[in-house]
Design a protein around this ligand. Structure first.
Ligand SMILES: [Zn+2]
Length: 252
């Protein structure tokens, strides 16, 4: 139901108005229906009766009724504040959730975000395969659920490596399947991509090992981490974080 209403809303409301009215709409729905004391979002800090359940083709998730964040954003927030505490570092995030963008921007003065297709809240519109940024610019780059949209993901990874500082960290998350990465560039229609890759604008679905090897080929030291494991059971329940939030942490 939430998904359907959101699709209708996004078709009717242009992006520039959406960015203005979104917080007010969410606040109205939150105060009317969801405000409570059972769970809490660790991004916007609001307390609610429950998270809103949502189903995707290959997964389920929980949405914060107040800010709209998903489990992966809440897990990422946890991880970043635990391990990346230098507030002077230059941070670039691709296509961030708005509430996460606002939180990071408030804590890290040199945080900046980019979105190529104007779907997310961002200051820049970088083409990830040809980023208009000097070499060795960022200490940390966050690239969650982006590479599965990019036809030439090798070119994107090369660019991310180029603009990352030495010893800097690139943190990637993508949808994963068992076995090897599946891609087929003859599959081009929305319906066929939805069927093959789980979402109509995805161009592949990665296998864990395949992506690890691909990243290593660009001279990264790669560590695959389930960031949920560093979060207690009580906190996972309270903050609506799933048991499996896998990231690829790539050090240059
Ligand atoms: Zn929230």
């Amino acid at each position: 139901m939430y998904k359907l209403l959101k699709e209708i809303y996004r078709k009717l409301i242009p992006n520039k108005f959406h960015y203005i009215i979104e917080p007010y709409l969410r606040a109205i729905i939150y105060y009317l229906i969801y405000r409570g004391d059972t769970i809490q979002c660790n991004i916007c800090l609001s307390k609610s009766k429950k998270f809103i359940p949502i189903s995707f083709i290959n997964s389920k998730d929980k949405i914060c009724p107040k800010c709209g964040s998903l489990s992966r954003s809440r897990a990422l927030s946890f991880y970043i504040f635990k391990y990346f505490q230098n507030i002077n570092h230059n941070i670039l995030e691709f296509s961030p959730h708005r509430s996460l963008h606002d939180l990071f921007k408030s804590k890290f003065p040199n945080y900046i975000s980019s979105d190529y297709e104007n779907q997310f809240y961002a200051q820049k519109k970088y083409d990830i395969t040809n980023i208009d940024v000097s070499d060795n610019s960022y200490h940390l780059i966050i690239c969650f659920h982006v590479l599965e949209h990019i036809l030439d993901d090798g070119k994107a990874i090369k660019e991310l490596n180029r603009i990352l500082k030495k010893n800097g960290a690139l943190i990637i998350q993508v949808p994963l399947k068992t076995g090897k990465t599946y891609e087929d560039f003859k599959i081009t229609t929305k319906a066929d991509r939805l069927k093959a890759f789980g979402q109509e604008d995805h161009v592949r679905i990665y296998g864990k090992k395949s992506l690890e090897e691909k990243l290593k080929a660009f001279q990264f030291n790669v560590e695959i981490i389930n960031i949920s494991k560093g979060i207690s059971e009580v906190e996972k329940k309270l903050y609506g974080i799933s048991d499996k939030e896998i990231i690829f942490q790539c050090i240059k």
